[in-house]
Design a protein around this ligand. Structure first.
Ligand code: ATP
Ligand code: MG
Ligand code: ZN
Length: 412
């Protein structure tokens, strides 16, 4: 695609040119493709959602889809004069406005004047207003006039991360599309496609780390991949990737989880020591651990819940084996406690100590292991009190009902 050695950021170089090529967001692209195919095309679109999930990309792809000489079509040809001009940013009938810097009433009045003219070369005049939430109140009012009586040859595409700042009067006149955070597996697929084309040899596990660190933003994930490549070269290994991302390796997370569910504090303490020695943030560790415990709880809850996990199949198997026979309720209590610990860790000046102390609490959540000695001691106490003449109601009567969580083994 690009022969020159000059460095182009992956996110820019790999921006999809068509709706078809976009990863995820199928709820958006499918509707748009149907509209293009049927010719029933709304006059104003609003693309909202988190950063780096494809709003601007989709706006440009839609502009091309509307204008292509072969169109309107979901698959613009890419070679006609219009497609080429739009790609080069020289088509007079696709007007991109950055709402952040052209947000005054005058700017929008200019737009309103322009709207009156027929397209110079293309089918429509397409206005793409990015960061539309930045428009001033006056500018929105001016825009509203145009949206109320749009000339048939005009299409608007608005994009914003902050839909709550768009006046209701505008919202009611646009077709709105909510872009979602992109799941890790979809991001991994896209990154894999890019790495293959760029000759980057990197493991699936490493790409998953990158995707997770991107937290649902394709752009963030791609920028992180740029960093990985600039540090680790064409063959970054997993350890390097974890280091660059400041991420805890999966292995340590699983050690910790195993220690927690099996009630083995040593394992937990070893895992924490390793996290500490590698210089990872303890709060990041507990954050990722939370997600892992949540996944474990869902796996324990029901086989059907597995589809809500954004992790590869082999990891689901691994979790299932680990939590075999364990109740989802117990895991969800572990999650609750861990959530408190995570908050404390994030605020603590000595987070490692906080986490180490929490291990005792977390491990003692295991019902079978820790209630048994407790119940033994109670029974012993009762026996001695009886011996000393104190009246104690006998066990197993209504007055001393057994708690559902009690361990029957403990009451010998
Ligand atoms: N759904 C997607 N499929 C493939 N690539 C994507 C997708 N979303 C984003 N990207 C990649 O991330 C880059 C940034 O995407 P885009 O500019 O469309 O994000 P945005 O939603 O407009 O973000 P912002 O709110 O920050 O403006 C694109 O150049 C592209 O490489
Ligand atoms: Mg954008
Ligand atoms: Zn074309």
């Amino acid at each position: 695609m690009d022969e020159k050695p000059a460095y182009v950021a992956i996110a820019r170089k790999w921006r999809p040119l068509t709706l078809e090529e976009m990863a995820g967001q199928t709820h958006v692209t499918r509707t748009l493709k149907n509209a293009l195919a049927s010719g029933r095309i709304h006059h104003a679109f609003l693309f909202t959602g988190a950063r780096g999930v494809g709003k601007t990309t989709a706006a440009r792809a839609l502009a091309r889809a509307l204008q292509c000489a072969e169109g309107p079509t979901a698959t613009p040809c890419g070679v006609c004069g219009l497609c080429v001009a739009i790609l080069a940013g020289t088509c007079p009938d696709v007007i991109e406005i950055d709402g952040a810097s052209n947000n005054s009433v005058d700017d929008i009045r200019d737009l309103r004047d322009g709207v009156r003219y027929l397209p110079a070369v293309a089918r429509f005049r397409v206005y793409v207003i990015d960061e539309v939430h930045m428009l001033s109140k006056g500018a929105f009012n001016a825009l509203l006039k145009t949206l109320e009586e749009p000339p048939p040859h005009v299409k608007f595409i608005f994009a914003t991360t902050e839909v709550n700042k768009i006046p209701e009067t505008i919202l009611s006149r646009v077709q709105r599309f909510d872009f979602k955070r992109i799941s890790a597996s979809v991001v991994v697929n896209r990154l894999r496609h890019i790495c293959d084309a760029e000759g980057i040899a990197i493991s699936d596990a490493a790409l998953r780390m990158v995707a997770r660190a991107g937290e649902g933003s394709m752009r963030d994930a791609q920028s992180l991949l740029d960093q990985v490549i600039s540090f680790g070269g064409q063959n970054p290994d997993d350890g390097q990737v974890a280091d660059i991302l400041g991420m805890v390796s999966r292995a340590v997370l699983y050690e910790m989880l195993t220690g927690l569910v099996k009630g083995e504090p040593d394992r937990c303490l070893d895992a924490i020591a390793e996290v500490h020695e590698n210089g990872y943030e303890i709060a990041q560790f507990t954050g990722e651990l939370l997600e892992l415990v949540r996944n474990a709880a869902l796996v324990a809850l029901s086989p059907g819940a597995r589809k809500h996990l954004d992790v590869p199949e082999e990891e689901k198997e691994r979790l299932a084996a680990l939590v075999d026979g364990m109740s989802a309720e117990h895991l969800s209590r572990t999650f609750q406690t861990l959530l408190e610990v995570h908050d404390q860790v994030a605020r603590a000046t000595r987070p490692r100590l906080v986490l180490e102390m929490a291990v005792a609490r977390l491990v003692s959540l295991r019902p079978a292991q820790n209630l048994a000695p407790l119940v033994d001691r109670l029974v012993e106490l009762e026996r001695r009190m009886r011996g000393s003449g104190v009246t104690v109601p006998p066990p197993r009567t209504g007055s001393r009902g057994r708690e559902p969580g009690d361990d029957p083994e403990g009451e010998r």
